[in-house]
Design a protein around this ligand. Structure first.
Ligand code: MN
Length: 160
C-alpha cells in the first residue's frame, strides 16, 4: 500500500529472424538437403487446470515441442498408449484418476514402461517427492512450475 508493486512476466515467444544477408545462398554454397528432418519430441501434458495447460503448452510449443493434452489420468493412459509420447508431464491431483495411479499403470504397461515421466504437484509436502518417485516418476517438480527449469529437466530426460 502506497509503495506500488513490481511484477515480472515471461512471454513464450519466438523472436523473428532478421537478417541482412541475401535470402538465396550463392550457387555452390547450397547445403545438401540429405540430412533427415528432425521430428521434434512429443510431450504429453496431463493436467486438469486450464490456466496451467495454456501456460505450459504454449511455452513448450514456443520451444519447438509437440504437445498432447490429457485432463485426467484415464485420458493420459489412453493417449500414452495411442501416441507413445517421448516425455510425460503428470499432474498429481486430477479428477477420475489421479497422477500417481496413472504413473503406476503406465509403468506396468511394458510398451510404455520406459517413457520418462515428470510429476508435477501443488502439494509441496515432505514425502511428496518420494511418493512420486516410488510410483515410477523419473523426476518431480513442485508447482508453480518454473518453465525454464521444466525445459531443462525435459532436455535432460531426452538426452541420449
Ligand atoms: Mn490438478
Amino acid at each position: 500500500m502506497g509503495e506500488g508493486s513490481c511484477f515480472e512476466i515471461g512471454l513464450p515467444c519466438i523472436p523473428s529472424v532478421t537478417s541482412s544477408e541475401p535470402e538465396n545462398p550463392k550457387l555452390g554454397e547450397i547445403e545438401p538437403d540429405s540430412t533427415p528432418t528432425k521430428v521434434s519430441p512429443l510431450i504429453l501434458l496431463a493436467e486438469d487446470n486450464k490456466a496451467n495447460i495454456i501456460t505450459v503448452s504454449s511455452y513448450l510449443k514456443a520451444k519447438g515441442y509437440r504437445l498432447l493434452v490429457a485432463k485426467n489420468g484415464l485420458e493420459a493412459i489412453a493417449l500414452a498408449r495411442n501416441e507413445r509420447p517421448d516425455v510425460i508431464l503428470m499432474d498429481i491431483q486430477m479428477p477420475r484418476m489421479d497422477g500417481l495411479e496413472a504413473i503406476q499403470q503406465i509403468r506396468r504397461t511394458p510398451r510404455l514402461a520406459d517413457i520418462p515421466i515428470i510429476a508435477l504437484t501443488a502439494l509441496a509436502m515432505p514425502g511428496d517427492r518420494d511418493r512420486c518417485l516410488a510410483a515410477g516418476a523419473d523426476d518431480y517438480l513442485s508447482k508453480p512450475v518454473k518453465l525454464q527449469q521444466l525445459v531443462t529437466v525435459i532436455q535432460q530426460l531426452l538426452a541420449p
